[in-house]
Design a protein around this ligand. Structure first.
Ligand code: FMN
Length: 258
């Protein structure tokens, strides 16, 4: 494998959940955001809200960034140009997710290049209405993800990823054999178990109903954890749609040009 400073930084990525007291400087913050802005974009459909009140932050992180899909800002530009938006909300949303997330991941990498760690928080879309009130977000601004950030106060190893053969498919999508699936599962599960990841975070997802949980932290690992998520959570589409609607995105809206 080729190696250089950028690749090494990327390969050394780990989410950080314990932070030192020291707060990254304004220069560091602006460097991270400026470098992240250089991500490719469809239309720079994002804004970033920064808060520094760590008592209110997950993991008591010194910084919390709320990364929002933002079509509001561009509507203001269109107005100045004498245009009215006709694009449907779903398209705006899908492009906005891409713009916001490439930028957000760039923030992670830029931070890590300055020895500043971070951890994404994926619940933002499910509390978008509350975040809208808290940060006074205008219509058409939707918090897609939050990012806790600060100097790491923990020593961790990198977490595993799927084997290359479970990710990179040349030419066409292959038939995934039992062996490929099991190899991928073993690599992930062994890697997380080796680090005692879920025990340390006390992050086991319980089973709904009266089903007895046969797993302990000795054998509960990534594939069981993620299966419990997608096998028990987010069944109803109403909740995310309602949060989107609170922020002015109606993904079921009729075509506005009719
Ligand atoms: C969209 C997204 C949401 C996430 N949400 C959370 C979260 O709510 N809490 C948390 O502790 N980690 C969260 N993570 C971090 C993942 O758990 C972490 O990236 C994954 O376990 C791989 O570990 P690594 O980042 O250390 O390589 C999130 C990551 C992403 C990309």
């Amino acid at each position: 494998m080729k190696k250089n400073e950028v690749i090494e930084t990327m390969l050394d990525h780990k989410s950080i959940r314990d932070y030192k007291e020291e707060v990254p400087s304004q220069e560091e913050i602006e460097t991270i955001v400026r470098a992240a802005q250089q991500a490719p974009f469809v239309s720079q459909l994002y804004s970033v809200i920064l808060t520094k009140n760590r008592d209110d932050h997950p993991f008591d992180a010194p910084l919390l960034f709320t990364i929002c899909i933002d079509f509001h800002k561009f509507e203001l530009i269109m107005e100045k140009r004498g245009w009215e938006p006709v694009s449907n909300d779903l398209s705006i949303f899908l492009f906005g997710v891409q713009d916001a997330c490439y930028m957000a991941q760039n923030m992670v990498t830029a931070g890590e290049s300055l020895s500043i760690g971070s951890c994404f928080l994926g619940a933002a879309p499910y509390k978008a209405g509350r975040l809208k009130e808290k940060y006074d977000l205008p219509e058409k601004v939707f918090p897609i993800v939050q990012l806790a950030m600060g100097y790491p106060d923990e020593e961790t190893s990198t977490r595993p990823r799927y084997p290359m053969e479970y990710v990179l498919f040349e030419g066409e999508y292959p038939e995934l054999t039992d062996e490929m699936i099991e190899d991928a599962m073993d690599k992930m599960d062994e890697g997380y178990l080796e680090q005692d990841y879920y025990r340390k975070l006390d992050a086991k997802i319980g089973l709904k109903g009266d089903e007895k949980d046969e797993y302990t932290y000795d054998d509960y690992s990534w594939t069981e954890h993620i299966s419990r998520k997608w096998g028990q959570w987010h069944e109803s589409i109403e909740e995310p749609l309602e949060e989107l609607e609170k922020c002015g995105f109606d993904l079921l809206i009729e075509d506005k040009r009719e």
